[in-house]
Write a protein that binds this ligand. Structure first.
Ligand code: SF4
Length: 365
C-alpha cells in the first residue's frame, strides 16, 4: 500500500538540518560502493565510535575490493577481532570474491544482483546503492523506523512484517527523487542523534509535523514486543601454556558464529543455566571432556580455576569458566597452534578470549 510519508516541507527541513549537523565520519568521505558497504556491515550491531578505528585499519590494509578478495583469512579475522559477529567478515570476503569473479571487480548496479550477494539484505542493498550511487531506494533501519513510527504514530512492533512494510512504505513515500542518499542518511542521523530512544524534540527539524510529539506520546513509539529470552550456557576455557610459555590456540571450523577464528580451547555445555552460577557438577565434566580433546597431554599440576564471567551475544549468553592448565610439549596438528601470548594480536581471537588472556597476562586472575 502506498503511503505519503514526509511532505515536501518536512523533507526540506530534514535535509537542511542534516547539512548543518552531519557528523564527520570516515566513511562519509569518498563514497565508493566498497567503502559504504564495509561501513554498513561493520555498523550492523556495533556502535559508531567502536567502528571508526576498525574501519580505518580495514581501509588501510584492504583499500579496495580486489585486496579484500585476495586477503588471507587469518589477516581478515585479525582485523575483525573484537567487532564480533564474525560471519559478517566472512560474507564480506565471499561477496568481494563473487564480485571479482562474476562482475569483473565492479560493484553491480542492479539491486536484484546486489541483493543476491552473500550478506546483503534489503537494508544493505538500499543503503549501498543509494549512498554511493544515488539510486532511488529508501532504507529502513532501526533509527529510521523509530523516527517514522513517531512522526506518523505507527502502532505495533516494527520487527513484525505488516508494521515493517508500512514503515518501509512511509520511507518510500517521502523520498525525494534523485536525493535518496542524502534523505536516507539524514533520517538515519536524526534517529541516531536526536530522535533517540529518549528524544531531544526541541532540536528536531520534524518537531512541527510529528504526531507523537503533538500528543506527548513519543515514548510509546515504536511499540516494543516482549524481549525474547536469552538462554545461558556454561563454557570451560583453557589457558594452556605448552613448552616455554607459549599458549595453545585452536582454529574453529569456518562456519557459525565465530568460525575461522583462533580461540582458546573451549568446551561448551548444552544445559541451560538459570540465574545462578553453574555448579561443579556441570563444570567438571566439561573440563574433563575438554582435556580429552586436546592434542597434548596435561602436565603434572591440576587445572587451576580462574575467575568466572558472563559474555553476552545477541541470542544467548555464555558463562565462562577459564582454567589454567600446563601441557606437555607435543607436535601439533594444523588446526592447533602454540603462540606467544604477547603476539597473539596477529590472530583473530574473540573479545571474550582477549579478556581472559589480558587479565591472565596481567596477573589479575
Ligand atoms: S519531534 Fe521528537 S519524537 Fe518526533 S521525530 Fe522529532 S525527536 Fe522524534
Amino acid at each position: 500500500v502506498a503511503e505519503q510519508g514526509l511532505d515536501r516541507n518536512g523533507v526540506e527541513a530534514l535535509l537542511q538540518w542534516f547539512q548543518r549537523n552531519a557528523r564527520d565520519l570516515p566513511w562519509r568521505h569518498d563514497r565508493s560502493p566498497y567503502r559504504v558497504w564495509v561501513s554498513e556491515i561493520m555498523l550492523q550491531q556495533t556502535q559508531v565510535d567502536t567502528v571508526i578505528p576498525y574501519f580505518q585499519r580495514f581501509m588501510q590494509e584492504f583499500p579496495d575490493l580486489d585486496r579484500l578478495a585476495e586477503a588471507h583469512e587469518d589477516r581478515l579475522m585479525a582485523l575483525w577481532a573484537g567487532l564480533g559477529y564474525y560471519s559478517r567478515a566472512r560474507n564480506l570476503q565471499k561477496a568481494a570474491r563473487q564480485i571479482v569473479a562474476e562482475y569483473g571487480g565492479r560493484f553491480p548496479e542492479d539491486p536484484a544482483l546486489v541483493r543476491g550477494l552473500p550478506g546483503f539484505g534489503d537494508y544493505t542493498t538500499a543503503a549501498v546503492l543509494s549512498l554511493s550511487r544515488g539510486q532511488d531506494l529508501a532504507v529502513l533501519d532501526g533509527n529510521v523506523a523509530r523516527v517514522l513510527a513517531r512522526v506518523f504514530t505507527v502502532e505495533g512492533d516494527p520487527r513484525t512484517g505488516p508494521v515493517r512494510r508500512r514503515l518501509q512504505a512511509l520511507a518510500d513515500g517521502g523520498m525525494p527523487a534523485g536525493r535518496a542518499g542524502e534523505y536516507n542518511e539524514a533520517l538515519m542521523e536524526l534517529g541516531a542523534t536526536v530522535c533517540r530512544p529518549r528524544p531531544l524534540c526541541e532540536s528536531c527539524p520534524l518537531a512541527g509535523s510529528c504526531q507523537a510529539r503533538a500528543s506527548g506520546r513519543q515514548q510509546e513509539f515504536p511499540a516494543r514486543g516482549p524481549r525474547p529470552a536469552r538462554p545461558c550456557f556454561a563454557s570451560v576455557v583453557l589457558v594452556a601454556p605448552i613448552g616455554g610459555g607459549r599458549i595453545l590456540l585452536h582454529r574453529r571450523p569456518g562456519k557459525g558464529l565465530l568460525g575461522g577464528l583462533w580461540e582458546l580451547p573451549a568446551q561448551r555445555g548444552q544445559q541451560e543455566l538459570d540465574a545462578n552460577r553453574a555448579p561443579d557438577s556441570i563444570v567438571r565434566p566439561l573440563l574433563c571432556e575438554l582435556l580429552d580433546t586436546l592434542p597434548a597431554r596435561a602436565g603434572k599440576g591440576a587445572a587451576r580455576a580462574l575467575p568466572v564471567f558472563r559474555h553476552h551475544y545477541s541470542h544467548f549468553s555464555v558463562e565462562l569458566h577459564p582454567h589454567e592448565q600446563e601441557l606437555l610439549p607435543h607436535t601439533l596438528p594444523a588446526e592447533w597452534r602454540a603462540v606467544d601470548p604477547a603476539t597473539r594480536d596477529g590472530l583473530g581471537v574473540s573479545a571474550s578470549d582477549r579478556r581472559i588472556l589480558d587479565s591472565w597476562a596481567g596477573g589479575d586472575l
